[in-house]
Design a protein around this ligand. Structure first.
Ligand code: BDR
Ligand code: CA
Length: 317
């Protein structure tokens, strides 16, 4: 098994939990030495009030309630939110009835939290596992935060196939204007698209392993992922389930575990059948858009091992 160096920079997470967002958060919290500055949530898989509650539910489950969380934008920049309860459950966490959070959200809202936490450190990784609405607004309102972002690592987009439509991935499609703005901002940007996340699939045997770890975090992960795997079984006829946001989390912590190539990328905002498509100029010949790092290949074995090790780390707590 290959091993890769861990990035030492602190991480700020923007997310919409969402089962795979919640799992990504568990992976961050269970990875040794990762400093999590805070969490902003956005309307996405479920409405923003619920994404904010869910982030706090997971933090409390993991014994990390002191990490500040706040709800950001409820709606995309220019369209109405279309949520994804069919993938994530009515509660966004696979209908597992996790207790309500006891710690209130941070004052001031998610966009302010994101701005304040980034400005407070020289450099951080901004990990975004959701529509990019909060990030776009933050960059509009306080462009000086770009000097504090070493890179944005985004789960979103694709070099090819989509999931919400044949052409578009959900996070790009849910707020294509925001995705376009952030990609065009010039802030260093790593796209962890479907073409990568489909390389890292968990299945029923993975969940069985998580259950043997014998701690409440791993048990909760297995319960919520059961719903997620069932969705993929019904949709695609296989229990192999791409665990999108957790792949972006591992790629953020261990950058060398993801092979990337720099390409010009833009986002289709108005297409008749291609709205939300991330158009990657794979030959680099046709576009004057900014180049971003496009993820092409993840070390799937390593990613799955980091995820399992993160869950196992809660056994010692
Ligand atoms: C992305 O969309 C959401 O449903 C998931 O949480 C993930 O961020 C995958 O397309
Ligand atoms: Ca997500």
């Amino acid at each position: 098994m290959a091993s890769y160096g861990r990035d030492r920079l602190p991480v700020f997470l923007d997310c919409d939990p969402g089962i795979d967002d919640a799992f990504a958060l568990m992976v961050l919290l269970g990875s040794p030495g990762v400093e999590l500055l805070g969490i902003s949530t956005v309307g996405g898989n479920v409405p923003v009030e619920l994404t904010c509650e869910n982030a706090r539910r997971i933090l409390e489950l993991c014994g990390r309630a002191q990490v500040p969380v706040a709800a950001g934008r409820a709606q995309p920049l220019a369209k109405t939110l279309v949520s994804a309860e069919e993938v994530h459950g009515r509660d966004g966490l696979g209908n597992i009835n996790l207790p309500s959070p006891t710690v209130p959200e941070a004052a001031g809202g998610g966009v302010s939290l994101l701005i304040d936490k980034l400005l407070a450190v020289p450099r951080a990784i901004l990990l975004a596992t959701a529509p990019l609405t909060n990030v776009a607004v933050a960059l509009q309102e306080h462009p000086e935060i770009s000097g504090h972002i070493q890179r944005i690592v985004w789960m979103g987009g694709s070099t090819g196939f989509g999931n919400v439509t044949p052409a578009a991935e959900y996070n790009a499609w849910a707020d294509p204007e925001a995705a376009r703005q952030v990609i065009r901002s010039g802030v260093p940007f790593v796209m962890v698209g479907l073409n990568v996340t489909h390389q890292v699939a968990l299945d029923r045997s993975t969940l069985a392993h998580y259950r043997t770890l014998g701690n409440p975090v791993a048990e909760t992960a297995a319960r919520m992922l059961d719903f997620y795997v069932t969705f993929h079984e019904q949709e695609a006829g296989t229990d192999r389930s791409p665990i999108h946001d957790a792949v972006a989390a591992v790629a953020a912590i261990y950058p060398a575990s993801l092979r990337t190539v720099s390409y010009p990328v833009d986002v289709e905002t108005k297409g008749e059948i291609t709205e939300g498509a991330t158009v990657v100029d794979l030959r680099g010949l046709h576009s004057d858009q900014p180049r971003i790092e496009v993820g092409l290949e993840a070390d799937a074995g390593f990613h799955l091992e980091v995820m399992a090790d993160s869950l196992a780390s809660f056994s010692a707590a």
